[in-house]
Design a binder for this molecule. Structure first.
Ligand SMILES: *Cc1c(COP(=O)(O)O)cnc(C)c1O
Length: 389
């Protein structure tokens, strides 16, 4: 099948998904799945959401790509509305989360150089964080399993601190620190929520040392945790936010938002990408943004997430440990010697798309507009599969 023709870097399952509707998908054998995965928190409005499909079709007929010598009207409109909605002063568009974080890292390095010379170049990230697969973002990722010897040497100038470690932030930052990069809810790391008080104190300590503060919101951004940005709720006011995944409802789009001391750091020529600000992705981004801004939409994300966590807890299944999360980013620890990966495979066989994260956690990140019927159908599959794991 596909595994013979596409490079197998993923250990992909032997399933070919052909189409979907809302938060339901079908494979090439006609088998139905409830979607608790959304292409890893990407398809924020599910599959075949008509306004999104229509906007992309209409944009495709106008122009698909123009390159950054010019601006597209759709790109300008998306940038304007994005800044208005988020309270940031500037935006750089890339095409993925890794590229967003690369841009953040470059901005931090230049900021450090301008405000303390060459020695101010260290970027702190959190242990257990995930920031991407490019060389710099891989180095920034705070998990040893992502740093095999065969990719060495890694990029210089990255350090980690433990999230929620109050002692660490007393001494970590100094005149060599360019930036602190916080992943607000660690997605790949196991759906671990950073404590709001600690994040604020860490940000304050970093700023006191002369550094800027950045948030990796590639997974948490754009409604996933029930606010437009997760850092809005945590309250540490980052100067830079990286985004990607859900921002354009499935089209490749990523980048950074910046403000305050981070605004004006990048000058023409400092950072570019050929595909960046692609009009198709911007057209899709506008539809997603408008949806998130509808009265009650973000509140419904909070309520659906709370409902799902409460339901799962109410089953009192022995192989379920801690249930964590914020909004529709949910982690369920699997205990009693059972394997989250095994669970994921059985769920797939039983018609439910999910993923795993961290050491042994089932990760649930459905489309943000998933219906209550689909939630309950998916929860039923989860319950019976957990009972027979
Ligand atoms: C997925 C993810 C990335 C990497 O994004 P890509 O689009 O795969 O490059 C970076 N940071 C976080 C927090 C992510 O969840």
């Amino acid at each position: 099948m596909g595994s013979k023709t596409v490079v197998n870097n993923y250990g992909s399952f032997d399933v070919i998904l052909t189409h979907g509707q809302g938060s339901t998908m079908w494979d090439s054998n006609g088998k139905k799945y409830i979607d608790f995965l959304a292409g890893i928190a990407v398809n924020s409005l599910g599959t075949n959401y008509k306004p999104l499909v229509d906007a992309v079709k209409a944009q495709a007929e106008k122009e698909i790509h123009i390159c950054n010598y010019f601006m597209s009207d759709t790109g300008v409109q998306f940038a304007d509305e994005l800044l208005k909605a988020t309270g940031f002063e500037g935006v750089y568009f890339g095409n993925s989360g890794g590229e967003g974080n690369e841009a953040a890292i470059k901005l931090a390095r230049k900021y450090g150089y301008l405000n303390g010379g060459e020695k101010r170049h260290v970027i702190y990230t959190l242990k257990n964080s995930f920031h991407g697969r490019t060389m710099a973002t891989l180095t920034a990722t705070g998990q040893d399993k992502f740093h095999p010897a065969y990719f060495a040497p890694y990029v210089e100038g990255f350090k980690t601190i433990e999230a929620n470690d109050w002692d660490a932030i007393k001494t970590a930052f100094d005149d060599t620190t360019a930036a602190l990069l916080i992943e607000c809810v660690q997605g790949e790391g196991g759906v671990n929520i950073v404590d709001a008080d600690w994040a604020k104190a860490a940000a304050e300590a970093a700023r006191k040392a002369g550094a800027i503060v950045m948030a990796d919101e590639v997974q948490t951004g754009f409604g996933r945790t029930g606010t437009l940005l997760a850092s809005d709720a945590l309250g540490f006011n980052p100067e830079v936010v990286s985004f990607a995944k859900g921002v354009a409802g499935g089209l490749p789009m990523g980048g950074i938002l910046f403000r305050g001391k981070a605004n004006g750091v990048f000058k023409a020529g400092d950072h570019q990408s050929t595909f960046a600000g692609n009009p198709l992705a911007c057209a899709a981004g506008l539809v997603v943004l408008h949806e998130l801004q509808k009265e009650g939409f973000l509140q419904s994300v909070v309520e659906k997430g709370d409902y799902m966590r409460k339901e799962i807890a109410s089953w009192k299944i022995p192989n379920v440990g801690e249930i964590r999360g914020k909004g529709l980013m949910i982690g369920v620890d699997i205990v009693e010697g059972k394997s989250a990966l095994e669970l994921e495979k059985k769920l797939l066989a039983n018609g439910l798309l999910t993923s795993t994260a961290g050491k042994n956690t089932l990760r649930i990140v459905p489309p943000l507009n998933i219906s209550m019927e689909e939630i309950n159908e998916g929860l039923n599959i989860l319950k019976s599969t957990l009972e027979n794991l």
